[in-house]
Design a protein around this ligand. Structure first.
Ligand code: TXA
Ligand code: MG
Length: 317
């Protein structure tokens, strides 16, 4: 594995590696993705193996533009409307899988749908343009573990599994894309909360977005299993007074003299907290502590996505 700065020459090298079936980790605005050629069944199988990911959990295919997505997959008016507002950006659309689809069937995990996204990141877009084929990219972490928001997080967890890591510094958003099932225009469903919020989507489509009925054994989005994003330490939420020995991750002004204290955002800013979340979890875990205690996070706007990740990190394993 080599970590490369994201020069134009290195991006071309990464694209060649993907074309030849390699696995390349690259930055996006949400988290680092572990990329493979979406049309290469063998490379896609290697992604599942590298992450130890259950094969019932499908992958997102990344494209350089909305036009490229819709030329491959087709669309409906709602998908086009959402794409024109939120792409490039942290939104994934689930659409019907066309019969002549070039994306590996493994990437759809046997379902008759595909998930697609155009990331808003200079390096990711250059890489995707250089490839000219869609690139599947789950978050570049072992299945069930904390997602990576910098190249070092990827290297630490996945070094022996990947050919190249393109280093693009920190991910600006810090939480994975919002996943929207857009197949039935009368029932637009929020499968995974993320940086594009429910109310932002509703403002564009001018109708309510449906939350799938909660059943963690049969999730509408198979990746939304109860335990995910799990640090090695146990995690508890909604803590205002952390127990002795716990690493405390606070939000807003924290009255604590806990020596093991990390802050998501001292000013109580949800965007800043989202961007810092996974790094704080990585840092807390690196102390070797047994317990991570997290402040209450308001369940509004981006707070919904942050609490979704924390709930899964806290879930019994
Ligand atoms: O921000 C992101 O989306 C990042 C970056 C790298 O783009 N990628 C990412 O991928 O988070 P991953 O594999 O960690 O999460 C993909 C989510 C999973 O919850 C998966 O079940 C869901 O998208 N998904 C993928 N294809 C789907 C499909 N056809 N139907 C329903 N859900 C799908
Ligand atoms: Mg993931």
């Amino acid at each position: 594995m080599t970590i490369l700065t994201a020069s134009d020459a290195h991006i071309r090298q990464a694209a060649d590696s993907l074309r030849n079936g390699g696995l390349v980790a690259f930055p996006t605005e949400t988290v680092y993705g572990l990329g493979a050629n979406a049309c290469d069944e063998h490379a896609v199988a290697n992604i599942y193996a590298a992450k130890n990911r259950p094969q019932f959990n499908p992958l997102i295919s990344h494209y350089a533009s909305s036009e490229a997505v819709f030329a491959d997959i087709g669309s409906n008016p709602t998908a086009r409307m959402l794409a024109s507002h939120f792409w490039p950006g942290p939104m994934t659309l689930v659409l019907d899988r066309p019969t002549d689809c070039q994306i590996s069937t493994l990437a759809s995990a046997g379902q008759n749908s595909v998930a697609v996204r155009v990331p808003a990141h200079r390096i990711a877009l250059k890489l995707l343009s250089a490839c000219g084929f869609p690139v599947v990219a789950p978050s570049a972490n072992p299945s069930g573990k904390i997602s990576p928001s910098c190249a070092e997080h990827v290297a630490r967890a996945m070094a022996d599994k990947i050919d190249i890591i393109l280093d693009g510094g920190w991910c600006e958003r810090g939480l994975e894309s919002t996943v929207i099932d857009c197949r039935d225009e009368d029932h637009i469903m929020l499968l995974r909360p993320g940086p594009v919020t429910k109310s932002e989507i509703e403002a564009i489509i001018e109708r309510p977005v449906i939350l799938p009925a909660h059943d963690s054994n049969m999730p509408a989005s198979p990746g939304q299993l109860a335990s995910h994003y799990a640090p090695d330490a146990r995690l508890i939420m909604d803590v205002t007074t952390p127990p002795d020995g716990a690493v405390y991750i606070s939000f807003g002004v924290a009255k604590t003299d806990n020596p093991l204290h990390l802050s998501l955002s001292e000013t109580g800013n949800l965007h800043e907290a989202a961007a810092n979340l996974f790094n704080c979890l990585h840092q807390a875990d690196a102390t070797g502590c047994d317990l991570i205690a997290v402040s209450p996070i308001p369940q509004t706007g981006l707070g919904r996505a942050i609490n979704d990740r924390l709930k899964r990190a806290a879930a019994p394993r």
